[in-house]
Write a new protein. Structure first.
Length: 241
């Protein structure tokens, strides 16, 4: 499954981007959005793959990478075929799960790549600061002397209860707690009948509801009234009054 990568529309207003050649604009966007990118902006990719995907000549790829490195935007580690997007994390809005994902990515990096975060190359300071501000109490490196720690005390978001599909056509979505409450309130047989009716309605008539539990509860008084009316009609027909 493909990953989503979003680029701010102000990207094109950046003076540095504006001054790039057409080839280098393509190369830089590719480095941000190619299939091998990850949440950390640090990933393995060969120059051959970059050339093949972009259609750029290998010499153009090499020249572009060197140009990016000269201004501290991108570093390409030839010995390991790793790209490091220096300011990538600074422009991301990360939730707690994403932060944990980044810590796992950094942990899996070759030691030589992780060591580069501690050197004095221009631009790595912003990358290190971004990593240090991601989350708290999670070590990015098994080395206790590493300064690649995630420092943020944002609490974990509670996991929402998942919904399950019900009915012959599996159109009705309910949480376990909602199904249990429906059975308690209306009786199991009646609850299942209402679920079946909603399921069929969605399948045949394309009914659309944001909340299937609420839809069933709104339907119940109507369906109950119809049932009572049908019973009264049957009594009148049978007994003549």
């Amino acid at each position: 499954m493909g990953k989503n990568r979003y680029i701010n529309t102000k990207f094109w207003e950046d003076p540095w981007i504006s001054d790039l050649s057409v080839k280098n604009k393509l190369l830089f966007i590719y480095l941000l959005t190619n299939p091998l990118t990850n949440m950390a902006g640090i990933y393995e990719i060969t120059q051959k793959r970059i050339s093949f995907d972009t259609g750029l000549d290998k010499n153009d790829v090499l020249k572009g990478l060197k140009a990016f490195e000269s201004v501290g935007k991108v570093y390409y580690i030839n010995d390991y075929n790793y790209v490091i997007l220096v300011n990538f994390l600074k422009h991301q809005k990360l939730n707690s799960n994403m932060k944990k994902g980044i810590s796992s990515i950094i942990e899996a990096l070759p030691e030589k790549i992780k060591e580069m975060f501690n050197n004095t190359l221009e631009g790595f300071e912003s990358l290190s600061n971004a990593l240090n501000n991601i989350n708290s109490n999670i070590n990015l490196n098994s080395n206790p002397n590493s300064n690649l720690n995630i420092n943020d005390e944002e609490p974990e978001e509670p996991t929402k209860s998942s919904k399950h599909k019900y009915g012959e056509y599996k159109n009705v979505l309910l949480k376990d707690s909602q199904l249990k409450k429906l059975k308690e309130d209306y009786g199991e047989k009646r609850a299942l009948e209402l679920i079946a009716k909603l399921d069929t309605g969605i399948q045949l008539k394309g009914y659309v509801y944001k909340d299937h539990n609420l839809a069933i509860r709104k339907w119940y008084p109507i369906e109950n009234e119809k049932a009572n009316q049908n019973n009264e009609s049957s009594i009148k027909e049978e007994y003549g009054f």
